[in-house]
Design a protein around this ligand. Sequence first.
Ligand SMILES: [Zn+2]
Length: 387
Amino acid sequence: MADAFSFSLQGTDGAARLGEFRTPHGVVQTPAFMPVGTQGSVKAMRHRDLEEAGAQIILGNTYHLYLRPGDQLIARRGGLHRFIGWPHPILTDSGGYQVFSLAARRKIAEEGAEFRSHLDGSLHLLTPESATDIQARLGSDIAMVLDECLAFPATQDEAARSMARSLRWAARCRARLEQIRDGQARDVGATNPGQAQFGIVQGGVFQDLRDQSAEATFGIGFEGYAIGGLSVGEPIDLMYSVVGETARRLPEAQPRYLMGTGTPEDLVECVARGIDMFDCVLPTRNGRTGQLFTSEGRLNIRNAKYAEDEGPVDSRCACYTCRTHSRAYLRHLYMAGEMTAGALNTLHNLSFYLDTMRRIRDAISLRTFDRFRQEFLRSVSRLSLDS
Ligand SMILES: [Zn+2]
């Protein structure tokens, strides 16, 4: 079952790549955007809304699912896909990012990260081995290694030490997954024998560290490779440059995932630099606060100027929200605190993101990606329609 995951590169246009990967729960076309389903649910969305919007894969957060309802409970219910009723591919993170965000409530050592639950203050230890076991019980199609999340700014020495620790942790995660695959860890109760595991390249904004990390992570050997530790406050041009240079060091025959990024502009700019997979909370989080992404820029539905605006959020969008409702009605729902405001706004934002990915894939396949990129950035990167 170790080859249940496979990636095929189907075309390129410059550094942009068109491909697809196969998982035990279906095929995902790349470049792909993964909506974030923190608690086994993409906030305010029903799964059928996600399917209609074109989501082929969602992301689950290990930290949250481990604490509540618990990975053991989910394994007893047959794994995450079955528990949440989503039969399509799922990627889980390692839980590390949330633990590192706990700041005062966590302690990091070589063994792993000790932390206190944000729910009840209980003490837990997340190690490379336990992060692997938890994800094996959840049974996601793609599991991520536990890595150390470095804050920005960091000195080169700090970044080097952290990168080296992440490599040692990556090797431990891989060794643990191999034990599980070989049947030496039956007590873990893995629910998806075809689960793939991705390594994560670290190294802050220091390209020589990124290069070392990419080479050593590839040396351990994973089904795919992620670039972590970006979009943490560094200047955008530096982020793009690190993404481009690092992607060039990663193997062509495997998928490349840029973690936790970004804006619609970031998606296009990072596809142009060779990235295949993205996740970000922006479309869902901003949907709930009334900020909507459109083909002409962002708008804030709270703005009084939409109070009697009969037009749809985006005249070029075919989502249910845009087909059915006016900006005036959406503004009213938001101002009245109606639950449907979050749902309709999130549906539009995710539809816009997923439609952007479809247009990106079409442009790469027609080898017109560069023209698409110029036109997209011209129309979308106006910061706000409200200013
Ligand atoms: Zn729409």
